[in-house]
Design a protein around this ligand. Structure first.
Ligand code: ATP
Length: 228
């Protein structure tokens, strides 16, 4: 079910999830624990706006996500972007969520590799009026010094180290959350699977997701590996 129950704060984690991996899950669970959230929603894009089309069809990516979150009661899958007929712009997704939840704090979770791309997003400056950003470190992607000037200027007055601030006001803050670096990347997982190196990905994917990939023979076409 997509409709948000009445919550005072909810974590929102958008992505392609092609496929969902242990890094995604650790981030989602860690954000829930860090901010004391009852729920973090994983929101798969139907067709991502800022990158190549996913390899696996939406229904497969959704099925894998559902298997992956099943053991974690604080995680849920939100299908609104897959169900939507319009472009999956994050701003529109957030406005849609806001209409359901006028007073909640919305915490948009994002890896630092994606955060540096924010100025390329649709009406990006308005995103700060629509949610908070929780920016998570990513192995091999150092944020410091790498922020485009326009983004640095936009976030300067929004940065906070006070986690309670994010659950006591609804939008507008940027919080850096440093977690143990997660080596998983969907691109590398797809490449390893296409090359038949299944052992390499076993620890990076939940077992039911790996079994699903094998059952449906996903990611076997090496010529069709997309990167970010
Ligand atoms: P790809 O390798 O194809 O780019 P991905 O592993 O980045 O895929 P996405 O579904 O594109 O997976 O990512 C969704 C979000 O999760 C993005 O904000 C991304 O930065 C973040 N993310 C994914 N993997 C990690 C990781 N290992 N550490 C930190 N953030 C991550």
């Amino acid at each position: 079910m997509n409709l948000l129950p009445p919550l005072c704060a909810v974590g929102l984690f958008g992505g392609t999830f092609d496929p969902v991996h242990e890094g995604h899950l650790l981030i989602a669970r860690s954000v829930a624990a860090h901010f004391g959230l009852k729920q973090v929603r994983l929101i798969p894009a139907r067709v991502p706006v800022h990158r190549a089309a996913p390899m696996a069809e939406a229904h497969h990516r959704l099925a894998m996500l559902r298997l992956a979150v099943a053991p974690s009661p604080e995680l849920a899958v939100d299908t609104r972007e897959i169900d939507s007929l319009q472009q999956n712009y994050t701003l529109l997704t957030l406005q849609n969520l806001r209409a359901e939840q006028p007073n909640a704090s919305l915490l948009w979770i994002i890896g630092e590799d994606a955060f540096v791309q924010l100025p390329t997003w649709y009406r990006w400056t308005e995103l700060f009026d629509a949610a908070h950003f929780v920016v998570v470190n990513r192995a091999g992607s150092a944020l410091s010094g790498a922020l485009p000037e326009v983004l640095r200027a936009a976030v300067a007055s929004r940065l906070t180290k006070n986690k309670r601030a994010l659950t006591s006001c609804p939008v507008g803050l940027v919080y850096h959350l440093t977690l143990p670096p997660q080596p998983a990347s969907s691109t590398q997982i797809r490449a390893a699977l296409a090359a038949g190196r299944v052992d390499e990905v076993a620890g990076l994917l939940p077992a039911p997701v790996l079994a699903y990939i094998a059952r449906h023979a996903l990611y076997q076409d090496q010529g069709n590996i997309h990167g970010s």
